[in-house]
Design a protein. Structure first.
Length: 417
């Protein structure tokens, strides 16, 4: 099937009625949106023939999509955006990093490496993105709102304590985690389903056992950006066992592999960790149609992942936008996630869903490694190994295509005992 052309910038005209502004003490059952138009001012000063994928229209497309889906009217509220203070940014970043980002406001165009741009307004946008995440998280931990969706840019999960990279200036999800801890949460989980590994977030909490970092990402044996996130990276010192990486060996991974990972590794670990607060680093660049990710996740897949976490957290979730570069894909995916935050369940995961050989490979590898730190059901470990060896034979017969489903009766009827 042919991909539809992405929306062009001129097609996106916003006629939005924003949700009402949130005031403290509103209904604790509510869903809050964090968004500020000033985050649209962060934009690459054009010097190239192709626009930078991380562009202002990403947020316009998502806001337009949510509004068109009727998800704003009366269902959500909107928290006012605030700039994070420099002291807050230093919760996770070095003083010199914060200064370096601030200094970009003096220049029309600056770069951190080849692909991470800044203009005069980028530092402002980055402070607003961080402040929005901090405030949403604080309101959730205090029970003032049930959950929130931070529609922010620039994204954050590649930003290291001392370096901007991968289109990211400040690490918004990491700052939200710190905000949760300072609002009284003891254990925080960050689950990162952006197609890229969140190397920044992992580094910031590498030796911290109060923040569990879980990431699913295209890895390709280290040949996919940023190259980190092997299953063997599990955290260091006190944080050993508090980083969980599920590295896809190739592109083309879709809903069925993502949900297989949730059911077999992620949910069992999350249940044992029992977080007080959960942040989703929600990039939508693993979505079908994304020009960078080359994966196949659909809005329904995103909805099911959100639902599993929603059930476990009784709705208490902060969703933070990371990457995602196909305007249609990201607006449909964000709408599907917001619907779940609003309490609309996507229903049961179709029982016919089964992993591909590649998915099974990554999940079983992560299971074996993580079983040193977490109870992973011995039966499901054994089942996976059996599926894997059966699939290996088929894999060799079928031109070694790792994307083929692990089909046949062995996927349905597991021998017991
Ligand atoms: N050949 C986010 O999705 N691509 N960042 C570099 C080098 C950088 C993606 C390609 C991709 C960064 C937030
Ligand atoms: Zn990404």
């Amino acid at each position: 099937m042919e991909q539809r052309k992405d929306m062009s910038d001129s097609e996106i005209k916003l006629h939005l009625t924003f949700p009402p502004l949130w005031t403290p003490q509103t209904d604790a059952a509510s869903t809050a949106i964090g968004f500020d138009e000033r985050m649209l001012l962060h934009s690459e000063v054009q010097t190239k023939s192709h626009p930078h994928p991380e562009r202002p229209d990403r947020l316009r497309a998502i806001m337009g999509g949510l509004s068109a889906a009727g998800l704003f009217s009366g269902l959500c509220c909107m928290i006012p955006s605030r700039e994070a203070t420099l002291a807050e940014l230093e919760w996770v970043h070095s003083h010199s990093h914060v200064e370096a980002v601030e200094a970009t406001s003096l220049h029309e165009a600056s770069y951190f490496g080849r692909d991470t741009y800044a203009n005069n307004y980028s530092a402002l946008a980055a402070r607003l993105a961080a402040g929005t995440c901090i405030d949403l998280m604080t309101a959730i931990v205090k029970g003032q709102i049930l959950n929130g969706f931070a529609l922010v840019r620039p994204p954050g999960h590649h930003a290291l304590s001392a370096t901007a990279m991968g289109f990211c200036l400040h690490n918004n999800a990491a700052l939200a985690a710190k905000a949760a801890l300072s609002a009284g949460a003891k254990k925080v989980m960050i689950i990162d389903w952006d197609v890229h590994h969140g190397n920044g977030t992992q580094e910031i909490f590498d030796s911290d056992s109060s923040v569990l970092y879980v990431s699913l990402h295209r890895h390709q044996a280290g040949f996919f950006y940023p190259g980190t996130g092997a299953a063997s990276e599990v955290g260091i010192k006190d944080g050993e066992g508090f980083s969980v990486n599920i590295p896809w060996p190739c592109g083309g991974i879709g809903d069925e592999d993502y949900l297989f990972a949730f059911q077999n590794v992620i949910m069992p670990i999350v249940e044992q960790f029992a977080p007080d607060a959960t942040i989703i680093s929600a990039g939508f660049d693993a979505a079908k149609g994304d020009p960078l990710g080359g994966c196949q996740v659909t809005p329904s897949g995103y909805a099911h992942m959100t639902q599993l976490l929603y059930s476990l957290m009784k709705g208490k979730l902060l969703v933070v936008l990371e990457g995602g570069y196909n305007l249609r894909s990201i607006s449909a995916s964000a709408a599907a996630v917001l619907k779940v935050l609003l309490g609309v369940s996507p229903g049961e995961i179709p029982p016919s869903w089964q992993p591909t050989f590649a998915g099974l490979l990554a999940v079983s590898e992560a299971c074996v490694i993580q079983s040193r730190y977490w109870k992973i059901d011995r039966m499901s470990l054994l089942n996976m190994q059996m599926l894997l060896s059966a699939a290996e034979t088929k894999f060799k017969e079928n031109k070694n295509d790792p994307r083929q489903p692990v089909s046949g009766p062995q996927a349905e009827d597991q021998p017991q005992g």
